[in-house]
Design a protein around this ligand. Structure first.
Ligand code: PLP
Length: 295
């Protein structure tokens, strides 16, 4: 190694995205627009981070709009290329829920996972500005939604991802009180799929606290089919975050299709299969980017 190599290594220049070919934001440690400017300083989206800190203070979160839009487009195009049916890419708004981010995501045509009344409110503001319908775009998740949050979700007509018996029975009561003929629901189940990610961000194992135990599926489907105000649109399962392999996602799709057939036996037609979670992103050099590159 020469002293020039050492200087490069210590400066972090090796992490700058190559501008010569299209890169995936998942695989980069820095935003796609990161570069070293003529004054030998880091620049992101044409801005000098030091000037931004001087203006806004520190710590400061900086979002590169180009990188975010590129990620949205690559997911959208990926589905179009590999799947001929209808598809929807969904942004988990807990990643960053503010009006500006939600507006960018909505303008890229993505849907939204929300997990609180606050996230629902923020997402609605962004959609309303663009004349988009909450019913088509928002999925309300969570294993401990409050009665207030459920009432709010019913009032705005978003899809509620039902997580447990208490929630299911509460929804039926709230629906009657609100004199609603129909509320859109999906059912979240724990698929029993183990994936190689950190145990704290695994959500799909059988004793996960997120979703119904699949041993209950017949009972739950029977209950839904007897309560006509529940407009059952489909099934959801989430196996975890930071998943760099494709196999667990394929396994999950197989499990969901099996449950879809089961729903049919109860006269419930599945219009949507909601398959989670997202592909891993590289936080450090050690994260394995090969799988995503080939994908
Ligand atoms: C329903 C749901 N959506 C999204 C996420 C975020 O997952 P990811 O980071 O893989 O997008 C989670 C994480 O637990 C989740 O449960």
């Amino acid at each position: 190694m020469t002293s020039t190599d050492l200087r490069t290594q210590n400066s972090g220049r090796q992490y700058l995205p190559q501008l010569t070919k299209e890169r995936s934001p998942n695989q980069e440690l820095l935003p796609l627009t990161a570069r070293v400017n003529s004054r030998d300083c880091l620049e992101i989206g044409g801005c000098d981070p030091i000037a931004l800190v001087e203006q806004f203070g520190s710590p400061l979160y900086i979002l590169d709009e180009f990188t975010l839009r590129t990620a949205c487009r690559q997911y959208r195009e990926g589905f179009k290329r590999y799947y001929s049916g209808e598809s929807q890419v969904i942004y988990a708004s807990k990643a960053w829920s503010c009006l500006a981010v939600c507006s960018i995501i909505a303008s890229e045509g993505l849907g939204f996972d929300v997990v609180s009344g606050g996230e629902l409110y923020t997402t609605l503001q962004a959609l309303e500005k663009m004349g988009l319908d909450a019913g088509e775009k928002i999925y309300f998740h969570g294993n401990n939604k409050s009665v207030d949050e459920l009432e709010y979700a019913i009032a705005v007509g978003c899809t509620i991802i039902v997580d447990n018996w208490l929630e299911l029975e509460t929804l039926v009561k709230l629906c009657a009180m609100a004199h609603k003929n129909s509320i859109k629901i999906m059912l979240r189940l724990t698929p029993g799929i183990e994936c190689h990610t950190h145990e704290y961000i695994r959500t799909g194992h059988l004793d996960s606290k997120f979703g119904f135990d699949p041993n209950q599926i017949e009972k739950v489907l029977a209950y839904i089919s007897q309560n006509k105000q529940l407009d059952f649109i489909g099934l959801h399962a989430h196996i975890g975050s930071q998943i760099f392999e494709r196999q667990p996602h394929q396994d999950l799709a197989g499990v969901l299709v099996k449950w879809m057939k089961k729903a049919g036996e109860y006269g419930l037609s599945v219009k949507e299969l909601n398959i989670g979670g997202g592909l891993g992103i590289c936080y450090t050099e050690a994260d394995d980017r090969r799988v995503l590159k080939n994908g």
